[in-house]
Design a protein around this ligand. Structure first.
Ligand code: IPD
Ligand code: CA
Ligand code: CA
Ligand code: CA
Length: 263
């Protein structure tokens, strides 16, 4: 696999920020943490990682815009390119000592996602994709799982944290209806990684609501480049705006979507 100059920029930024996250994970009990809302936390590790990503990507691609979880939106002088940055996806896991978290970097050109990267600095799993070039986990080309029967599948999902539970009244019904049909369900706690695991075929499908563009921009492209299907929870293509996602291979995605919509 030959990496493009763009992907080299993205991987170098992620590895640098990931080094900091790994260090901070080693002394997580001493990190300063603030509360954004009930069940919603942010630490200095999130902010440091975001600063590194912002600096490295700005240096390599001056003028590109940014949509970042912790520092918000920066309009660049180049109106055609926007980075979507989650500097630490899975903060709750991170703060609880669970090594299931990632950096997520998506790049949109004229509104279309053209490159995506999801990197777990602990496992060193790096999922990458560029539009039209396929998806890779480290150097292995990815293909979504090929199972066709819901009863054989392992499906990932996201559970709303305390402050978001009221905004997602349908979640319990959705969970019950999916649980009644699929082999089993997992909730890992890092949406960007969940999407990587759909691309790699570990998960047969995934759905979640209440997400933000930085959680999913990279993962959507990685799944599509691995041959998977992705829609929002209404079956449309508005995942970033709606913050909902349903993914899998063609068959499982459409069955999962059907279950969610009937709930
Ligand atoms: C969260 C994780 C989690 C998802 C939440 C996200 P964060 O991101 O992706 O899996 O359920 O909706 O906000 O806050 O840890 O970057
Ligand atoms: Ca967060
Ligand atoms: Ca996130
Ligand atoms: Ca985050």
């Amino acid at each position: 696999m030959i990496r493009s100059a763009l992907m080299n920029v993205m991987t170098a930024a992620a590895i640098k920020a990931g080094r900091g996250l790994k260090r901070d994970f080693g002394e997580v009990e001493n990190l300063q943490v603030s509360i954004k809302g009930p069940g919603d936390f942010v630490s200095v590790a999130d902010k440091k990682s975001e600063k590194i990503l912002f600096e490295e990507l700005s240096k390599a691609r001056p003028g590109y815009g940014f949509v970042m979880e912790e520092s918000g939106t920066f309009e660049g002088s180049d109106k055609t390119h926007t980075w979507y940055i989650d500097p630490l996806d899975g903060t709750t896991n991170f703060l609880h000592g669970l090594p299931i978290f990632a950096i997520s970097i998506g790049l949109a050109r004229e509104g279309q996602i053209v490159a995506g990267l999801v990197y777990n600095p602990i496992s060193e799993d790096m999922f990458i994709a560029e539009k039209g070039q396929g998806a890779f986990l480290n150097n292995r080309r990815l293909r979504v799982a090929q199972r066709r029967e819901l009863a054989d599948t392992l499906i990932g999902c996201g559970t709303p944290h305390l402050g978001k539970a009221k905004e997602h009244p349908k979640f319990k019904a959705e969970l019950a209806s999916v649980m009644a049909r699929v082999g089993n369900i997992r909730r890992l706690g890092a949406a960007a990684l969940d999407l990587g695991y759909v691309a790699s075929g570990s998960f047969d499908g995934f759905w979640e609501r209440g997400l933000q563009p930085w959680d999913i921009a990279a993962g959507i492209l990685i799944i599509r480049e691995a041959g998977g299907f992705v829609t929002d929870a209404e079956g449309g293509g508005d995942m970033l705006a709606k913050g909902s996602i349903c993914a899998g291979n063609e068959t499982i995605q459409s069955q999962l979507l059907g279950l969610i919509q009937k709930s």
